[in-house]
Design a protein around this ligand. Structure first.
Ligand code: FAD
Length: 399
């Protein structure tokens, strides 16, 4: 860092943080003004989480949906620091990492996402698997592999949560397990996909029926044990055998965020201004699942990749504007619709006046996500692999 060079530290290289860093590096800085941009993440890879389900059916490989930061950031000038942030000294502008390393900052972006709460139900932390990151997907994969190697005729999976994640995961599990699969979705509500467009809910309901996924609605989880799950339906407790419990409900801030001396809302999320600056701290920005996101009208916006991705443009611009004496812009959310995978070769999509399901939606979803992958180089490599893979499979099947 040169004497006057401003240092911007971005904690979390997900949809909010990584794309903020990339946008920042592309903005028109005067030569002597370009800030030092440091991106910190505990993982060595970015994860394109909407495609995490595809690992379960082996439709995609880790390298496609989770490219290493070293690869994405090559030639951008952004410095990558791998490490888990354990504390932030707001007063002294210092970030503390697990390896006792400290990094100072002039401007800070907090984008570390959320975590799945598992401590509210007895046994969930020990026996249920969340589905948020590569580690979770590998844990599930390993359990499935071990069960598939046994002689058993059924593999019983309970998926807790009938939201997007629960439904998408159930469809992929049904495809993976085929006739052996006995999958049930457990949700306390009276319908799945509360708040989703009617078209998507209808397509998802059809896909779940076709895949023989059982729905336990108006049902709560009382307890999870090594090979059972206890469910409460209309006051009655039923304990049923299960091989895998997947937990897809809830979004909670980490301890790191909870202990920061910044303003939090009733759910512990960081309170921000429409410019994404943290309340009363104009050098600190927060975006994505960690923040109490609202747009310029004060309207609450959902905790989604779509929101974090759009916010990253504003966050980068506002950082640039704050260093160039230009006005900061309030975040304006543009809902572009919703897409869901409903298994191999099936998806649903509604938005921007379009409604698609089946194979067409499956292809459209893939192409839209291909376009959203970070860096043109990675998009081209993945796109090329998708085109050539069927050919490679054909040749290797003939050998
Ligand atoms: C399986 C799945 C499917 C999804 N599908 C969709 C979808 O189809 N459409 C959609 O819009 N949204 C979807 N979402 C939601 C979306 O992924 C999140 O809303 C989005 O990723 C939030 O972005 P973020 O930047 O806040 O956090 P994240 O993308 O979660 O990134 C947080 C980053 O911070 C890092 N980190 C965390 N703690 C620390 C620490 N202490 N120190 C250093 N680094 C840290 C993590 O390693 C991670 O890289 C899905 C989520 C999941 C889990």
């Amino acid at each position: 860092m040169t004497n006057q060079q401003v240092r911007i530290c971005i904690i979390g290289g997900g949809f909010g943080g990584l794309y903020t860093a990339l946008r920042l590096s592309e903005l028109p800085w005067q030569q002597d003004q370009k800030p030092e941009i440091i991106l910190i993440d505990k993982s060595d890879r970015f994860l394109f989480s909407p495609l995490l389900y595809e690992l379960i059916t082996e439709e995609m490989q880790t390298w496609e949906i989770a490219p290493p930061f070293a690869e994405i950031l090559a030639n951008t000038g952004i410095v990558f620091e791998r490490g888990e942030v354990t504390g932030i000294d707001i007063q002294d502008k210092q970030i503390e990492l697990t390896n006792s390393k400290q990094i100072s900052y002039d401007k800070l972006v907090i984008a570390i996402g959320g975590k799945t709460p598992l401590t509210n139900i007895p046994g969930a932390i020990d026996y249920a698997i969340p589905f948020r990151n590569l580690h979770d997907a590998y844990r599930l994969e390993e359990k499935l592999r071990l069960l598939e190697e046994t002689e058993r005729d059924k593999i019983r999976v309970a998926v807790v949560g009938g939201g997007y994640s629960g439904v998408e995961l159930s469809c992929k599990l049904a495809d993976r397990l085929g006739e052996k699969g006995r999958i049930r979705i457990v949700d306390r509500g009276d319908k799945i996909l509360k708040g989703a467009p009617e078209f998507n809910r209808a397509a998802a309901t059809k896909a779940l029926e076709q895949n023989k996924v059982w729905l336990d609605l108006e049902t709560e989880v009382e307890q999870v044990e090594a090979d059972t799950i206890s469910l409460i339906y209309k006051g009655q407790v039923d304990t049923i055998p299960v091989d895998i419990v997947m937990w897809t409900v809830g979004n909670q801030v980490s301890e790191l965020i909870a202990k920061l001396p910044l303003e939090h809302n009733e759910r512990g999320l960081l309170v921000t201004q429409p410019t994404l600056q943290v309340s009363k701290h104009e050098d600190i920005y927060a975006l994505g699942d960690v923040a109490d996101n609202r747009d310029a009208t004060g309207e609450k916006v959902p905790a989604t990749a779509q929101v974090a991705f759009q916010q990253s443009d504003y966050c980068a611009w506002n950082l640039w504007a704050s260093l160039n004496n230009r006005p900061l812009l309030p975040f304006r959310y543009q809902p572009l619709g919703e897409m869901m995978t409903l298994g191999v070769d099936n998806a649903t999509l509604s938005g921007l006046g379009m409604k698609l399901d089946g194979s067409i939606a499956y292809i459209a979803r893939r192409l839209i996500y291909l376009y959203r992958l970070p860096t043109l180089k990675h998009q081209l490599t993945v796109g090329f692999s998708w085109i050539t893979q069927p050919l490679v499979n054909l040749i290797s099947n003939e050998d």
